[in-house]
Ligand binder design. Structure first.
Ligand SMILES: Nc1ncnc2c1ncn2[C@@H]1O[C@H](COP(=O)(O)OP(=O)(O)OP(=O)(O)O)[C@@H](O)[C@H]1O
Ligand SMILES: [Mg+2]
Length: 370
């Protein structure tokens, strides 16, 4: 039982009084999450609440201006005319472009009838932008996943079919075809592993354990593993670590995944003869707290600034064909970003085409108390 059920005989009386004195209504309108706007029958805006003010960045100077000046939409204007003439409520979908972003609203127009004629209209704006964006992201995601699955699946299907149709008898061809099938099945299984990782990281129940840990040991381990997997390329790998790097708060296996992914990319996107360095150092965040920053720098192909912000999105690849050819799924950096985010850190990239890239991330320092 909650406190609200404690009996107070005067409470309903007070609420009733609030309504009778008409003080409740402005309060209600002000506190509503939906945007509310009231106009008279000449379509002059008489009031709007804070929610609408924030949604459309309005200021009080728009009061008494015409409805259509504040919300420039021919469809809504037409619907308003109909409400004001017919006295019947109506519902309208509204798409507005504001500060270069698209917003979606579900608008209810309700006539205000004081005498027997319509004196004005109340418009209630329900913001559906976030839902629409999430729906679009989900649709895009399903489309992307299906597309990514289709490529290796149809290759496996095609080569297996050719083998069954007789190619199996030619040992040399059969050998090559099975190798292709093997490569594509590896890609499929990598894709599924990455998708499962992502869905785990995005799950609201996901609560990773963060423990104080020393970075140098992990960096050396990942560096050694990377050295043996430079894909036969002549690359030089360096480590730069200060002597007294403080311990960080991290989940060991996830942090290893981050470093492995960044090094794997550096190796993939750096041509023969290139250099790759991992460095870590203590620095401060914007509010002056000590943090540790890790940089993975390469002298590789780099990328243009327009790609930098989108690189951490799922399936985003600068050169789709090239990445796929190398067995990439385009999920690596989005997994990395999720991991760094739940560690409370930041991740970003600085890059110059043809010169190379530096991927940097930050981690919280372990307190003595941790
Ligand atoms: N060090 C780098 N230098 C240049 N471009 C890079 C680098 N790291 C990543 N990129 C670009 O960012 C894209 C996304 O990287 P991400 O790691 O998410 O995917 P991927 O490497 O293509 O595949 P995978 O999911 O297997 O890692 C890459 O396709 C590539 O275009
Ligand atoms: Mg990658």
């Amino acid at each position: 039982m909650t406190n609200t059920s404690i009996h107070d005989p005067h409470s309903s009386q007070r609420v009733q009084q609030l309504f009778e004195e008409q003080r409740a209504l402005p309060l209600l309108i002000q506190e509503m999450k939906d945007g509310v706007l009231v106009c008279d029958k000449n379509r002059h805006v008489l009031l709007f609440n804070d929610a609408l003010k924030n949604l459309l960045s309005l200021n009080n100077s728009v009061l008494n201006q015409s409805f259509e000046r504040i919300i420039p939409s021919p469809e809504l204007e037409q619907a308003l005319t109909l409400v004001l003439t017919s006295g019947k409520a109506s519902t309208q979908e509204l798409t507005l472009t504001h500060n270069n972003r698209i917003f979606y609203f579900h608008v209810h127009l309700i006539p205000l009838t004081v005498t027997d004629q319509v004196d004005g209209c109340v418009a209630i704006f329900h913001d559906e932008t976030a839902i629409r964006r999430t729906e679009k992201m989900r649709r895009d995601f399903v489309a992307n996943v299906s597309h990514e699955l289709r490529t290796p699946l149809s290759a496996i299907h095609g080569y297996a079919e050719t083998l069954l149709d007789g190619a199996l008898d030619d040992r040399e061809i059969a050998w090559d075809f099975v190798k292709v099938i093997f490569r594509h099945s590896k890609r499929l299984s990598q894709l599924v592993t990455d998708l499962l990782d992502l869905s785990k990281l995005e799950s609201p129940d996901f609560e990773p354990e963060l423990d104080p840990m020393s970075l140098p040991h992990l960096i050396r381990k990942v560096h050694t593993l990377a050295e043996s997997s430079t894909q036969g390329k002549r690359l030089t790998l360096f480590i730069h670590l200060p002597d007294n790097l403080p311990d960080v708060m991290a989940n060991r296996s996830n942090l290893e995944q981050v470093l492995t992914n960044l090094l794997d990319n550096a190796i993939k996107y750096t041509p023969e003869g290139g250099k790759i360095a991992i460095s870590a150092f203590e620095t401060q965040d914007q509010s002056g707290h000590s943090i540790v920053q890790v940089n993975v720098t390469d002298t590789g192909i780099g990328l243009e600034a327009k790609h930098a912000a989108r690189l951490f999105e799922r399936f985003y690849r600068v050169d789709k064909a090239r990445s796929r050819e190398m067995g990439g799924t385009g999920l690596g950096l989005s997994i990395v970003k999720h991991i760094i985010q739940y560690h409370g850190g930041d991740i970003w990239v600085e890059s110059t085409p043809e010169k190379g890239s530096t991927f940097s991330f930050t981690l919280r320092i372990a307190d003595e108390s941790d």
